[in-house]
Design a protein around this ligand. Structure first.
Ligand SMILES: Nc1ncnc2c1ncn2[C@@H]1O[C@H](COP(=O)(O)OP(=O)(O)OP(=O)(O)O)[C@@H](O)[C@H]1O
Ligand SMILES: [Mg+2]
Length: 243
């Protein structure tokens, strides 16, 4: 494998929370790669460090040790402002708890990354509504998050992560609150996004119904990657289906 194929490389990445008796070693030396053009899954028991790892990769948490490369950049080499701009432009994040802004409608929430990138408001809202329609939410685009079901909020969060076509999307349990049909629609969108030589998608999931979308499944336990299994056959058929 050529290093240029790698969208993300983590080497011996460590992260702890707290100090002294309260210290928790969430990441204990993680080696993990995600390749361009692929959907990489991250699975493992509750508390093993999945959310911590993707938060470190996305630059939302600082690691306490090890090396990290993201989209050819070493985040450590960027200034604080440089890191914020890099994240805004190139990353999409779907949080486990959705993190929608309560005072904005569904379409306005989705439009946030486009507005931050300088798109005119009308165009940003139009694109957001279009994407929400693809996710089966055309009748709820003007609804506020508190009036949406968990599964609807999850799809709004996904649309917000996709709308600015970032090069790297990290998703925390993106199908957890969804029925089969909506889970498939979400994975289809993520797979279509990933099939691009310049992009990658990392998905944390417990949802065995969507494992066939993975090109590689990294298994995590107790703060480490313990196994990586390629899912080659299904990925080539996925690429053929999408071609
Ligand atoms: N902000 C924090 N402060 C202290 N400890 C934390 C914090 N965030 C996570 N942890 C701890 O770090 C460990 C890893 O947590 P993490 O959220 O990454 O697990 P996870 O694999 O995502 O679990 P789940 O499947 O339940 O979402 C856990 O022991 C957790 O209690
Ligand atoms: Mg988690």
């Amino acid at each position: 494998m050529n290093d240029n194929d790698l969208a993300v490389t983590c080497h011996a990445v460590r992260k702890h929370f707290g100090e002294g008796e309260a210290r928790i070693e969430a990441l204990r030396g993680v080696d993990f790669d995600a390749r361009f053009g692929e959907l990489t899954f991250l699975v493992g028991p509750s508390g093993c460090g999945k959310t911590t790892l993707i938060s470190v990769i996305a630059g939302l948490l600082d690691r306490t040790g090890g090396d990290l490369m993201v989209l050819g950049e070493r985040p450590d080499d960027l200034s604080d402002t440089g890191r914020v701009l890099f994240r805004r432009k190139h990353l999409g994040f779907v949080f486990q708890q959705y993190n929608l802004l309560p005072s904005l409608t569904a379409a306005e929430n989705v439009a946030v990354p486009l507005l931050a990138a300088g798109s005119p408001r009308k165009e940003a809202v139009r694109r957001s509504k279009e994407l929400l329609s693809r996710l089966g939410l055309d009748r709820r685009v003007d609804a506020f998050p508190s009036t949406l079901s968990g599964g609807q909020q999850q799809r709004v969060a996904l649309a917000r992560a996709l709308v600015h076509e970032p090069r790297l999307i990290v998703c925390d349990e993106p199908t957890a609150a969804l029925d089969h049909a909506n889970g498939e629609a979400v994975m289809q969108l993520l797979a279509e996004h990933a099939v691009h030589p310049d992009r990658a998608v990392i998905v944390v999931t417990h949802d065995a119904r969507v494992f066939h979308y993975a090109e590689s499944i990294a298994h995590m336990d107790d703060g480490r990657i313990v196994d990586v299994r390629p899912q080659g056959a299904s990925s080539s058929s996925l690429k053929e289906r999408l071609a």
